[in-house]
Design a protein around this ligand. Structure first.
Ligand SMILES: NC(=O)c1ccc[n+]([C@@H]2O[C@H](COP(=O)([O-])OP(=O)(O)OC[C@H]3O[C@@H](n4cnc5c(N)ncnc54)[C@H](O)[C@@H]3O)[C@@H](O)[C@H]2O)c1
Length: 252
């Protein structure tokens, strides 16, 4: 694919995680400057060290995506450091203990919705006006196969990711004539740090793996390839859409 992203600027959230760091690596190689957002400065320092310096530049922004001010700071940083903003990759996310819905406490429910859905809303709200003004923008929201299918024992996560999908469809239509394209990805099982979290038990991982016709987990680099295409000017006639990354599992 032709590299037509050189010199553009992106905000990537969850930048230090498995998928996020693969996206940042790919963007930097493509000459894209990145505001890299994640919880801890230390993880962002490791990311910067790993990604190296050839291509675009990285500016770290440590913070919690549930903080309403973080999105505004990310946009300000992108403008002051790089002179604009072309791309948002709304990728930060997390799961929680796998339990039936009726055993989930309200605090856990609210946190999962805040981290996985409301944070994406706040980022969208912060970046979209500037993108409308410049008549160009590419936005990729990370949803999940859980949001398409509803995974048992993950109701807050599934509800949040289903919300991401519906939000993407709605805002995609709202922006369809503005040059700002908003799409979502729905990965199934990707070999990132998420699979090592204590709440993701071995039995569930095995069951999910058995359902993937390709018989393997996806690699973060494979997700990064798709995100990079969706974030590039090569994408021109898709918005409000959901792109599958499930190794053949999805039949919808
Ligand atoms: N790995 C999978 O199988 C899979 C499948 C479907 C969807 N996803 C989604 O992909 C996205 C990336 O996850 P990943 O697989 O790379 O997992 P990961 O755990 O490796 O990365 C997630 C990153 O998000 C960051 N993060 C979490 N909460 C945050 C917060 N409140 N503020 C700022 N940063 C925060 C974490 O620090 C981490 O670096 C997530 O949205 C996840 O839900 C992953």
């Amino acid at each position: 694919m032709e590299n037509n992203m050189n010199g553009q600027t992106a905000i990537v959230t969850g930048a230090a995680g498995g998928i996020g760091s693969a996206v940042v690596t790919k963007f930097i190689e493509s000459g894209v400057n990145v505001v890299a957002v994640d919880l801890y400065q230390q993880a962002l320092d490791v990311l910067i060290e790993e990604v190296g310096t050839s291509g675009g530049e990285i500016v770290p922004l440590a913070g919690d995506v549930t903080d309403p001010l973080l999105a505004i700071r990310a946009v300000e940083l992108s403008r002051s450091k790089f002179g604009g903003l072309d791309i948002l990759v709304n990728n930060a996310g997390m799961g929680s203990d796998m339990v039936p819905l009726w055993e989930i406490d309200l605090e856990t429910w609210r946190r999962d919705i805040e981290v996985n859905l409301t944070s994406q809303f706040m980022m969208l709200k912060a970046v979209i006006p500037g993108m409308i003004e410049q008549g160009y923008g590419r936005i990729v929201n990370t949803a999940s196969a859980a949001g398409m299918e509803g995974h048992a024992l993950s109701s807050p996560y599934a509800a949040a990711k289903g919300g991401v999908i519906a939000m993407t469809k709605a805002v995609g239509k709202e922006l369809a004539t503005k040059g700002v394209l908003v799409n979502a990805i729905a990965p199934a099982l990707i070999g990132s740090g998420m699979l090592d979290q204590p709440w993701f038990d071995e039995k569930t991982k095995k069951q999910l793996l058995e359902r993937i016709p390709m018989g393997r987990v996806g690699e973060p680099t494979e997700v990064a390839e798709m995100i990079t295409f969706l974030a590039s000017p090569s994408l021109s006639f898709s918005t409000g859409a959901v792109f599958d990354l499930s190794g053949g599992r999805a039949t919808y």
